[in-house]
Design a protein around this ligand. Structure first.
Ligand SMILES: Nc1nc2c(ncn2[C@@H]2O[C@H](COP(=O)(O)OP(=O)(O)O)[C@@H](O)[C@H]2O)c(=O)[nH]1
Ligand SMILES: [Mg+2]
Length: 198
């Protein structure tokens, strides 16, 4: 087992942030976790961030794996993808290549997760920039095609960074909520109407 893996408690919510180098994965994560932004580019090796958030009045700890993609980390990364509950796929709106790379990353997740339906948000970062090459509609269309949520963010101004993480947490919770079975419905409806709930 990788040494870093042994520090990861089992019951926290694991998220993985993926995307080409320099699109702002570390910056979006740092903005969310620490509330600040750094103009300098320090390529990430591989880092785990933790933040406790309140969702629907419940506290939960998010563990966010910030990735770089170097080969020596590939095994650990695949391990995390396998354990990951939610994925943030990031491109920057000024980079066509990074946008195209998203499809490859999605295929990798699908392969590792055995084509299960996962919770994922597509993020078009650096939306503060004026030299945009990917429109909002292009981003949204790709997200729809891949059945993902979509947000444009700016780690620089902070816009939508918190929403990106919280939207994925809410989507995970929504998918995990017990669904009323069809045959239970009339029975539950009787109870709800007896209690004047419907
Ligand atoms: N203008 C602008 N620059 C950003 C934004 N997010 C990141 N950057 C810059 O882009 C560079 C790469 O960011 P980084 O987070 O290290 O990218 P990573 O390799 O994907 O983790 C750094 O110089 C950041 O300051 C953003 O939203 N707007
Ligand atoms: Mg980084």
């Amino acid at each position: 087992m990788n040494r870093t893996d042994s520090f990861v408690p089992e019951n926290d919510l694991k998220l993985v942030i993926l995307g080409q180098g320099a699109v702002g994965k570390s910056s979006v994560t740092t903005r969310f976790v620490h509330g600040d932004f750094n103009e300098d580019y320090n390529p990430t090796l591989q880092e785990i961030f933790r933040k406790t958030v309140a969702v629907d009045d419940k506290l939960m700890t998010l563990e966010i794996l910030d990735t770089a993609g170097q080969e020596e980390y590939e095994v650990m990364q695949e391990n995390w993808i396998a354990q990951g509950k939610g994925f943030l796929l990031v491109y920057s709106i000024d980079n066509e290549g990074a946008f195209q790379e998203i499809k490859k990353i999605k295929r990798r997740i699908d392969r590792i997760k055995n084509f299960q339906n996962v919770s994922a948000v597509l993020i078009g970062n650096k939306c503060d920039l004026t030299n945009r090459v990917i429109t909002y509609d292009q981003g949204k269309a790709l997200a729809d095609e891949m059945q993902m949520l979509f947000l444009e963010t700016s780690a620089k101004t902070g816009v939508n960074c918190e929403e990106a993480f919280l939207s994925i947490v809410k989507d995970i919770k929504r998918k995990e909520a017990p669904v009323l079975k069809k045959k239970d419905k009339p029975f539950m409806q009787k109870i709800f109407s007896a209690c004047n709930l419907i």
